[in-house]
Design a protein around this ligand. Structure first.
Ligand SMILES: *[C@@H]1O[C@H](CO)[C@@H](O)[C@H](O)[C@H]1NC(C)=O
Ligand SMILES: *[C@@H]1O[C@H](CO)[C@@H](O)[C@H](O)[C@H]1NC(C)=O
Ligand SMILES: *[C@@H]1O[C@H](CO)[C@@H](O)[C@H](O)[C@H]1NC(C)=O
Ligand SMILES: *[C@@H]1O[C@H](CO)[C@@H](O)[C@H](O)[C@H]1NC(C)=O
Ligand SMILES: *[C@@H]1O[C@H](CO)[C@@H](O)[C@H](O)[C@H]1NC(C)=O
Ligand SMILES: *[C@@H]1O[C@H](CO)[C@@H](O)[C@H](O)[C@H]1NC(C)=O
Ligand SMILES: *[C@@H]1O[C@H](CO)[C@@H](O)[C@H](O)[C@H]1NC(C)=O
Ligand SMILES: *[C@@H]1O[C@H](CO)[C@@H](O)[C@H](O)[C@H]1NC(C)=O
Ligand SMILES: *[C@@H]1O[C@H](CO)[C@@H](O)[C@H](O)[C@H]1NC(C)=O
Ligand SMILES: *[C@@H]1O[C@H](CO)[C@@H](O)[C@H](O)[C@H]1NC(C)=O
Ligand SMILES: *[C@@H]1O[C@H](CO)[C@@H](O)[C@H](O)[C@H]1NC(C)=O
Ligand SMILES: *[C@@H]1O[C@H](CO)[C@@H](O)[C@H](O)[C@H]1NC(C)=O
Length: 740
């Protein structure tokens, strides 16, 4: 039964039968070191079908460089031997060099027609017929910046590196972290490797040519995917480090398996986290919060987590609730548990003001980030200048956790929301946190921050990741478990980086404005997160509209209709409602977003979606388990399943057509096409051809049981009660999770 199902998707067949016996395909070398003038390039087989390249001018790496890659990878042909810096061939750039690892080959070639200096690298995939397909090669027109370019812009040894690879107009690029740009295919984009609220650029991508790539650098810089050249820049570093792996064209699950073996696999999530997570900007005190639990109880609406948002502390950096407003935290969490069974999550910000009791100790102990100019202040918020905790310092992570443990964890609040920890300042690019219109949009320079691990320029991309690490370490210490084991508790982070999926941590897409276009864009954000390796992704569903982070947003919504589209959340990885619902009032902060706050007419609809989410528990468990075991994605851009079986999908993905940026598979059986326009009663959906020439395998519309063939557009009824969902195979299999 299961095999029959898999066979229906042509690409599963290729991923199973196309996988070579690793031991017979073991790499034929531990790698080569190319010495070439002041430059050294170390090329080593890495994991399954992969290579890792490290390059440096003058000094070799000292071993303390930050890496987001597992060495050895979690899977691969070798028996857990890390490579380190070992190699068995020294190469001076004359004559060809060829190494093979599984299905991938690296060769040297010459940028000059006479072949005198074969110093460039090219990567190929071997096909089942023995032919070789070029995946990626270093860009080398004769008169241009060197494809491996180094420059020294500052006073010290750290250099800037720009590595260029040849590409063509047809290559499609998926992943790159998340940007709120509505694109699934990033071809043509230039993306700054700098974090902001809603902007988590991350240099991991999958190519339509059948390779996956990781630029393993914590530095700020740039990713560029232009017509003839892909270029990666690290603005300040001591080492260039990247990895590549390949899979048969169209077999994205194998690519994710190999990439996640390098960057990390998600643990098993706690079962409760697959339910409904409720959050609002914001509950202000203990009595209000207990009343919230009482209301969930009385309305008989299931809820798995309730969230306490910011400004719940007396001073920034207390990492504890303000006792004036939250007098008895352990009583509160016990009461919430009794009433709802729900976990509680509390917000933490990285900012510390000198009003906090922790400030002096942290300052004395050197646990705060500094600045080149001295004072260390990088932002201001709510009337206080602030410094951020230096989470790149293990002692600072332990300090933070110790406060959280004493103030929250021991009192029953065991989950933490890492907000604003994008790095540098508080992560708002232009706003300066709305303090004054006179200082908004000033093009101030990026915070020139110094951390334990380096400068903002050289390791700034580590910052949010280190926060996820802090909570992970703390929760693991507290529960006596190890990384990789099932999670009991979670963090939620606004940012992340390469391999963030390895933590018990969800990523959300940041503060999104309350307009329909944003809702439409959010789907592509989730799909890019998936291609980057992040599966536990969520957005501020806001039930009615999306999160209105500022009064400006609320004003935008003046006069908007009240039509609710609460349903998208049912079918994203994590169903989490948050927001200060934008209603028709001046003050966005006064509007409620609880399931019962949308009027009597809408409450049953919202309730039925939440109930549906809980009914899908076996399905969710199955897809999250697959994600844990093999990296197989949960939210799935259509190209992952249909680029080989449906030429329209391949072409429409290339164009970033709405069909492919706003419709997706949720696990292997559910196709979701959220309504992204107001006031509709029907919805047109393109149903992909499911493959192997089999246009007759039906899609079934969830709400009517009407079946449709793939490869065509259909229009279905889409009242508020009906999120457009189609399923493949039997409904019983979906409901029981019997889907792999
Ligand atoms: C893989 O190939 C090796 C060498 O040919 C053989 O000994 C081994 O049994 C094979 N493994 C599998 C799982 O087929
Ligand atoms: C470079 O390596 C080749 C092959 O090992 C060797 O023949 C040649 O002499 C070397 N050239 C130099 C300048 O060392
Ligand atoms: C490794 O394998 C490739 C492909 O079979 C071959 O061309 C190359 O010469 C081998 N390299 C070494 C160092 O044995
Ligand atoms: C240069 O090397 C390539 C690949 O090895 C080969 O096809 C080509 O003929 C060589 N050119 C010259 C001028 O030797
Ligand atoms: C708690 O907050 C609610 C909502 O703002 C408010 O009505 C209530 O007076 C507050 N109670 C206490 C004890 O502060
Ligand atoms: C977790 O425990 C280890 C070992 O005791 C300690 O080194 C580390 O600092 C702890 N981490 C945190 C975040 O508390
Ligand atoms: C694609 O979606 C966006 C956002 O919903 C919408 O503005 C645009 O009109 C759509 N384009 C087409 C061709 O339907
Ligand atoms: C929106 O809902 C509110 C509260 O239910 C109601 O007072 C208002 O008239 C509605 N607005 C529109 C445009 O339907
Ligand atoms: C939606 O329908 C309502 C009621 O018919 C109307 O007032 C409103 O302008 C419509 N909204 C949009 C965006 O078309
Ligand atoms: C196509 O799908 C139908 C119905 O699911 C099935 O009976 C048939 O065997 C499939 N044909 C092929 C060639 O896979
Ligand atoms: C559709 O089929 C399912 C069983 O597969 C059933 O539970 C449901 O009631 C049916 N819906 C309609 C509208 O017939
Ligand atoms: C489906 O609809 C889209 C957008 O309206 C259109 O571009 C496409 O040609 C249609 N496809 C088919 C097979 O009718």
């Amino acid at each position: 039964m299961v095999l029959q199902w898999l066979a229906a998707f042509g690409l599963f067949v290729s991923s199973v039968s196309g996988r070579l016996n690793s031991s017979s395909m073991a790499p034929n070398s531990t790698g080569f070191l190319m010495k070439h003038g002041f430059e050294s390039v170390l090329v080593q087989p890495y994991g399954e079908d992969g290579f890792r390249v490290r390059a440096w001018p003058f000094r070799p790496p000292n071993g303390n460089e930050i890496s987001f890659l597992y060495d050895p990878p979690l899977e691969g042909p070798e028996n857990g031997e890390p490579h380190g810096m070992s190699y068995d061939i020294k190469y001076n750039g004359t004559g060809p060099m060829v190494l093979q690892n599984g299905n991938t080959i690296v060769k040297t070639f010459s940028p000059i027609a006479d072949n005198t200096s074969m110093t460039r690298l090219a990567f190929y995939r071997t096909e089942s017929d023995g032919s070789e397909t070029l995946l990626l090669n270093e860009y080398s027109p004769i008169k241009s910046l060197n494809s491996r370019y180094y420059s020294w812009d500052g006073p010290g040894y750290e250099f800037s590196a720009a590595f260029s690879f040849a590409t063509d107009a047809d290559e499609q690029v998926y992943g790159t972290g998340t940007q709120a740009d509505g694109m699934v295919n990033k071809k043509g984009m230039v993306i700054d490797l700098i974090n902001f609220n809603t902007h988590i650029p991350t240099p991991v991508y999958m190519s339509s040519r059948g390779y996956g790539f990781v630029w393993n650098s914590a530095a700020e810089g740039q990713m560029e995917f232009s017509t003839l050249r892909n270029r990666f820049t690290s603005r300040s570093t001591t080492l260039v480090d990247y990895a590549i792996t390949s899979a048969p064209t169209g077999d994205y699950d194998s690519l994710q398996r190999k990439l996640s073996a390098m960057t990390g696999r998600a643990p098993q999530p706690p079962a409760w986290s697959l339910g409904y997570l409720h959050s609002k900007l914001r509950y202000e005190n203990q009595s209000e919060f207990i009343q919230l639990a009482q209301d969930f109880h009385d309305y008989n609406i299931p809820v798995s987590m309730l969230v306490i948002d910011y400004q719940s502390w007396a001073a920034q950096g207390d990492w504890g609730l303000d006792p004036a407003l939250w007098p008895n935290v352990s009583y509160m969490s016990q009461r919430v548990k009794e009433l709802t069974g729900a976990e509680i999550m509390a917000s933490l910000w990285p900012s510390v003001s000198d009003k906090s009791d922790n400030y002096e100790t942290m300052q004395i102990e050197g646990l705060l980030a500094a600045t080149r100019s001295g004072p260390g202040v990088t932002d201001s918020w709510n009337g206080s200048y602030i410094r951020n905790i230096d989470s790149t310092n293990p002692e600072a992570r332990a300090f933070l956790w110790n406060r959280l443990r004493v103030n929250y964890y021991q009192n029953g609040i065991k989950n933490f929301w890492i907000d604003q920890a994008d790095g540098g300042n508080l992560g708002e690019a232009y706003q300066n946190n709305g303090q004054s219109t006179y200082i908004e949009s000033i093009p101030y320079p990026f915070a020139d921050v110094l951390y334990h691990a380096g400068t903002q320029m050289s390791i700034g991309k580590l910052y949010p990741w280190a926060h996820q690490q802090a909570i992970e370490e703390g929760q693991r210490n507290a529960t006596g478990s190890e990384m990789g084991q099932p999670c009991e508790y979670l963090s939620l982070s606004r940012s992340g980086y390469i391999g963030s999926q390895r933590f018990c941590s969800m990523i959300w897409s940041g503060d999104s404005t309350s307009v329909w276009e944003t809702l439409a864009n959010q789907v592509a954000v989730g799909l890019s997160a998936a291609a980057t390796g992040w599966g536990w992704w969520t957005l501020d569903i806001g039930m009615h509209y999306l999160h209105a982070g500022s009064k400006a947003c609320a004003n935008e919504m003046q006069g908007a209709s009240n039509q609710t589209r609460p349903c998208l959340g049912v079918a994203i990885s994590i169903l989490r409602n948050h927001g200060s619902r934008a209603c028709n009032t001046q003050d966005a902060y006064t509007c409620d977003n609880e399931p019962w706050s949308y009027g009597q007419k809408n409450t049953p609809t919202i309730k039925s979606y939440i109930n549906l989410r809980y009914q899908l528990a076996p399905y969710l468990k199955a897809v999250f388990s697959q994600f844990h075991e093999t990296g197989r994605m949960i939210m799935r851009p259509l190209y992952m399943d249909f680029s080989q079986t449906d030429p329209a999908i391949a072409e429409l993905t290339r164009q970033n057509a709405n069909i492919t940026t706003q419709t997706y598979m949720f696990g292997p059986r559910l196709l979701i096409s959220p309504v992204t326009r107001p006031n509709v009663t029907t919805w047109e959906v393109y149903l992909p051809n499911t493959g192997a020439g089999n246009v007759t395998r039906p899609w079934t519309y969830w709400w009517t049981n009407q079946t449709y063939a793939g490869g065509m557009n259909v229009t279905v009824p889409a009242p508020l009660e009906h999120l457009p969902v189609f399923h493949l195979g039997s409904r019983a299999d979906v409901m029981s999770g019997n889907v792999f």
